[in-house]
Design a binder for this molecule. Structure first.
Ligand code: XIL
Length: 320
């Protein structure tokens, strides 16, 4: 009854590869992506740095390829993302635009991108990672909030809704699995937005977990407090990394713990009233962002590089 999704690998860390492998080259990857999942997310291909190489240019090829793939396989798509502090092109971050012009740039982007896929996107991550760990808006880092003020968040939701009234519009972040200062900030924000009639429909937690930190408590409780406000919820970027110093192989103990985390997240997604989907941030270690991003960590997905299944894969199946 919930969607089980995966991010579509591609783009890696280089905006200079707008339409890269593995999505194009890796046949096994494509087959599994089509067979194992009912929902897809663009890992990078719908971010500003990929869609907007220049101010007057939209580069839709890679994003379109994902939409086509999803349509052929009867999959829904989560759009990711419209308003974020990260992976923005240099022309935008360094452009020194005035507020009016910046507003126009954001509105044009939302109109164009959301409009292009209108009717074909199930959920959009409209605002991504807008709070710090202690629940403050990322005012200095986020160009939109810094230059235009917090009101731009409501505007982004209104523009997205006008461009695609069917898409469910989300706030999305990491480390908000449980009840904490950051998820409290979302809870307060959502209440304010709803009170102002802003079309916000969903709260999602990414689920980038590490077995080093322990399993986050209060997942169901947290998701359900948003459901009580009338929102739907989702887990959007699940992976479970582990420490592998000096390229060590994972131990049985680490893999068992990882499997348990995957099981508990899946179980939580199913148990939480209002939770609509569980998306893995990739399903095979080969293309995982983890080793490139977190030094000395890895093995975060449910399949080994040769596509054999880990215990984590079967744990998700068991929970379902
Ligand atoms: C990551 C991608 O997986 C990487 O390929 C990219 O280099 C950086 O971004 N939170 C998010 C995602 O919302 O967009 C991030 O994806 C992971 C953390």
């Amino acid at each position: 009854e919930i969607e089980i999704g995966s991010a579509v690998a591609g783009g890696g860390h280089h905006a200079s590869q707008p339409y890269p492998p593995p999505f194009t080259d890796d046949e096994t990857y494509r087959e599994l992506l089509g067979q194992e999942f009912t929902s897809l997310s663009a890992e990078n291909q719908m971010k500003w740095s990929f869609l907007r190489p220049e101010r007057d240019t939209y580069a839709f090829a890679a994003a379109d390829a994902i939409m086509d793939f999803a349509r052929r396989h009867g999959q829904v798509v989560r759009g990711h993302t419209l308003l974020w502090h990260s992976q923005n092109p240099a022309w935008l971050e360094e452009g020194e635009f005035g507020p009016e012009e910046l507003r126009t740039i954001l509105k044009d982007h939302i109109d164009t991108v959301v409009g292009r896929y209108a009717g074909h996107i199930q959920q959009w991550d409209v605002a991504n990672e807008i709070f710090t760990e202690d629940g403050a808006l990322r005012e200095s880092e986020n160009i939109w909030i810094r230059e235009l003020g917090p009101g731009i968040i409501a505007d982004a939701f209104r523009w997205a809704h006008a461009a695609d009234p069917q898409a469910r519009l989300y706030v999305n972040d990491y480390n908000v699995e449980g009840v904490n200062a950051k998820s409290d900030a979302y809870y307060a924000l959502v209440q304010d937005l709803l009170a102002d009639g802003v079309p916000v429909h969903g709260f999602s937690t990414q689920g980038h977990l590490s077995i080093r930190y322990g399993f986050p408590g209060g997942l169901v409780e947290n998701l359900e407090r948003f459901a009580d406000l009338g929102l739907e919820t989702a887990i959007t970027e699940l992976d479970v990394r582990m420490d592998l110093p000096d390229g060590a192989e994972p131990t049985e103990e680490q893999l068992a713990k990882q499997a348990d985390y995957y099981w508990r997240m899946t179980e939580g997604a199913l148990a939480a009233v209002g939770c609509t989907s569980l998306t893995l941030w990739g399903f095979v270690d080969t293309y995982s962002w983890v080793p490139v991003t977190f030094e000395g960590q890895g093995a975060a997905t449910v399949m080994w590089e040769d596509y054999t299944r880990k215990s984590a894969y079967y744990a998700v199946q068991d929970a379902l």
